[in-house]
Design a binder for this molecule. Sequence first.
Ligand SMILES: Nc1ncnc2c1ncn2[C@@H]1O[C@H](COP(=O)(O)OP(=O)(O)O)[C@@H](O)[C@H]1O
Ligand SMILES: [Mg+2]
Length: 341
Amino acid sequence: MAERLLEVKDLSTQFFTHAGIVKAVNGVSFTLDRNETIGIVGESGSGKTVAALSLKRLLPARPGQVVEGSLMLGARNLRTISDDEMRGVRGNDIAMIFQDPMTSLNPVMKIGKQIAEAITLHQDKSKREAWKMAIDLLARVGIPDAPKRVDQYPFEFSGGMRQRAMIAMAISCNPDILIADEPTTALDVTIQAQIIDVVREMQAQFNSGVILITHDLGVIAEIADKVMVMYGGRTVEYGPVDEIFYNAHHPYTWGLLASLPRLDASEKERLTPIKGQPPNLITLPAGCPFTVRCPYRRDECRDNWPELEIVAAEHGVHCWVPVDERQGLRVELPHFKEPVA
Ligand SMILES: Nc1ncnc2c1ncn2[C@@H]1O[C@H](COP(=O)(O)OP(=O)(O)O)[C@@H](O)[C@H]1O
Ligand SMILES: [Mg+2]
């Protein structure tokens, strides 16, 4: 049986601001097993990063707060363990890489020193050993001439190389779980593919579970085993990757699929972005946050959050459109219809 690494249940995270309570994550649940990759996908502002930061307890303490849920890492609840234990978890169990490597790399410290410091902080290694490990890690993530590069500063690295260096630092502690938050968004397509390869190789080497956060379903198709689709801080649909691509049930997922670049279309037709704006998370309706943009909305949508409906093995959806009606609508993909006025 697969080894369960993480079980998140009913996670809700809010920001208590002067303008009001920002309901960034609303009752999100998912699991992660060893060697498994879950893709979390959704437009910008859907709560993906906040969900990840909640796990690592890295929210800005004021105004951010996890207000509900349990976050089980094995037998430990990440919501209730001490700050000391949490530091251990961050150093040994859950590593995170970000879209912008400069959020993790210190611009005025040599790359090797940064990685070595991360190692000696959490492992019983001498400075010398840690430096050697840094070189080895840089080589493993595909940095050419690692013995020389280790002595350089971040500004001497290209964007893709910095991303690799950050991955090297993240995996220096052999984490069980690697969270990659939009790791390729700022990079050009060739480098994107290389970084995805590095993440995949590292996962194979360390048998980690990977949480890959992205707004790009194309990246998900490359690497994820299962997908969670988020909108307005809610999970609107989740399932095995093939189910999400070939048997999606939520109109928002259809919208994401329709906005994927298509090879069979002319340049102008390629992208069909979902019309309308993301919801205001302070004045979020009690029901489905996608209601106002949904071409298939009905009376019950705005004020009532639909129960989870299991539509296939491990595939669940929250949507008021009756399932037989959905089957008919899906065939119109990828020509996502205009929202009704
Ligand atoms: N420090 C903060 N204070 C108030 N609101 C925040 C803060 N950080 C994030 N949010 C809000 O939480 C929501 C979800 O953000 P985020 O998780 O970053 O989205 P995503 O990663 O999906 O693009 C956004 O509306 C954002 O404005
Ligand atoms: Mg984000």
